[in-house]
Design a protein around this ligand. Structure first.
Ligand code: ADP
Ligand code: MG
Length: 309
């Protein structure tokens, strides 16, 4: 559905995107993951015909982004980094206005506004002024304007940036629900975000692709073993020794300690392998388990592993 081939974009001497290629199949949600300045926004602007690449080619639904921009624009909805909202319009008024810009036939405008409001979770606030909405709802209006002409492809640039934790969860749910019916690319600099919403991830750093895989495979590849964090009440040295002796545990590291508890990082091939023995070891020694969770990898960890720096 989306294909980018050897895209390079130079700003003056600076190569913001270097020889980047990827494909997105119909109905897939692809995450473009990379730190600030990696070239995510640049790549999205190229795919949305906002600006040309310096070299390479790209197509959407078989239409060339450079040769057939009108055909491409009909088929994509774009949420830019800063959504172009009019604060003095109501949600409904703004979306009707967008319908006009996107050549939605007048007789189907209301139907399209209804559908976009329903999908983006805006039905309750559609009579309100955009300027009076919370950041989370404004971001949804941004998603709704991208959806309004029922495009096959959605390109969402950092859709959760600036949202509070609850709004982030809601937005992730919304994005997940868009897959299947739409083909989606989202960009993010947050690893957990793409893991939570995307079927596949392309990691870019300094304009270049450094990895491409499913979130699960990436995590496995990068992490090798799984790491679990366990907060335990018990004597640090003894606990560490006993945990280390459990079958399936490949290493135990002391991470932090307070007056009552100690946090260990346990290297193992999977929590299911060690769970029973962990619990029985703790019980036999009358130590208490306060917390057990997978240690999440940060984007920094991933880059260090992938780039070997
Ligand atoms: N219009 C521009 N002129 C010059 N440099 C730019 C321009 N837009 C982006 N850049 C540079 O290109 C690189 C990639 O930027 P961008 O695509 O915005 O990255 P991201 O969205 O991943 O944060 C950055 O180093 C940025 O400073
Ligand atoms: Mg950006």
């Amino acid at each position: 559905m989306i294909e980018a081939k050897n895209i390079t974009k130079r700003y003056g001497d600076k190569e913001a995107v270097k020889d980047l290629s990827f494909r997105v199949e119909r109905g897939e949600v692809l995450g473009l993951l990379g730190p600030n300045g990696a070239g995510k926004t640049t790549m999205m602007r190229i795919l949305t015909c906002y600006m040309p690449a310096s070299s390479g080619s790209a197509s959407i639904a078989g239409f060339d982004v450079f040769e057939q921009p009108l055909e491409v624009k009909k088929r994509i909805g774009y949420l830019p980094e800063i959504p172009p909202l009019y604060k003095e319009l109501t949600v409904e008024g703004y979306l009707k206005f967008v319908c006009g810009i996107k050549d939605v036939p007048a007789k189907s405008t209301l139907k399209q506004v209804d559908a976009a409001c329903a999908k983006a979770g805006l039905t309750d606030v559609r009579k309100r002024l955009v300027g009076n909405l919370s950041k989370g709802f404004r971001q949804r209006v941004g998603v709704a304007q991208a959806l309004i002409h029922e495009p096959e492809v959605l390109i969402l640039d950092e859709p959760t940036i600036g949202l509070d934790p609850r709004q982030i969860i809601e937005m992730r749910g919304l994005i997940k629900g868009l897959g299947g019916e739409h083909t989606v690319i989202i960009s993010s600099h947050i690893l957990q975000e793409v893991s939570a919403t995307c079927g596949r991830v392309v990691i870019i750093n300094e304009g270049q692709k450094v990895a491409e895989d499913t979130p699960a495979e990436l995590a496995r590849h990068v992490a090798g073993d799984q790491r679990m964090l366990a907060r335990i009440k018990g004597p640090a040295g003894k606990v560490q020794k006993k945990l280390g002796a459990i079958k399936g545990v490949n290493g135990v590291e002391l991470m932090e300690q307070d007056e009552k508890t100690v946090v260990f990082s346990i290297n193992c091939s999977g929590v299911e392998v060690i769970a029973d023995q962990l619990v029985s070891t703790l019980k036999a020694n009358k130590w208490s388990l306060y917390e057990l969770k997978p240690a999440s990898l940060s984007l920094e960890d991933v880059f260090l592993k992938l780039t070997g720096k």
